[in-house]
Design a binder for this molecule. Structure first.
Ligand code: FAD
Length: 139
């Protein structure tokens, strides 16, 4: 079965506490480990960007569950493509909560983060989502 990489951005329905983010992460790690999925989740200022990688059927099922989750909204699919090998093999789900200071130390990404992740600007620049996910996760 082919490997697929999927990246999306979304908005939290409200500013989430560390405890709520921990619950999302625990659940993601539990499910993703069972399904052979790896990836990274970034959160800043009420906004998510996530990459998930794995076999196509597992990615479809997981993304559909993620889309049904009412803790976030305005889910915008940035890319979904077949890959020969994983870009983010290290974690069942890596996670970073990013502060404004971290963006300021990467001014090249400022246009994509005016107030959380800007789906349209990120989507208009192929490759930048993967770069940001790599840069900010340390993958
Ligand atoms: P559990 O993990 O057992 O749920 C634990 C607790 O979380 C519940 O008791 C409840 O309080 C709360 N909860 C669960 N679902 C919801 C909900 N829809 N709305 C409000 N509260 C809820 N899942 C993955 O498998 N892989 C991922 O990579 C992944 N990434 C995510 C990224 C984001 C930004 C978000 C918001 C969710 C993500 N999830 C992911 C979680 C996914 O959307 C489902 O919530 C999860 O798979 C449900 O698992 P479960 O039924 O085992 O519930």
């Amino acid at each position: 079965m082919p490997l697929v990489q999927l990246i999306y951005v979304s908005s939290a329905c409200r500013e989430l506490s560390d405890e709520e983010l921990d619950h999302i992460l625990e659940s993601s790690i539990r499910h993703n480990t069972q399904q052979g999925i790896t990836g990274v989740l970034l959160y800043t200022n009420g906004s998510f960007m996530q990459v998930i990688e794995g076999e196509e059927a597992a990615i479809e099922e997981t993304y559909s569950r993620i889309c049904d989750d009412d803790r976030h909204k305005d889910i915008f699919l940035l890319s979904k493509e077949a890959i020969a090998k994983r870009d983010f093999p290290r974690w069942a789900m890596g996670f970073r909560r990013l502060s404004r200071g971290e963006f300021e130390s990467h001014p090249a990404y400022a246009p994509f983060l005016p107030d959380g992740f800007d789906a349209e600007r990120i989507g208009a620049q192929p490759g930048v989502a993967t770069e940001m996910l790599r840069q900010f996760s340390g993958a």
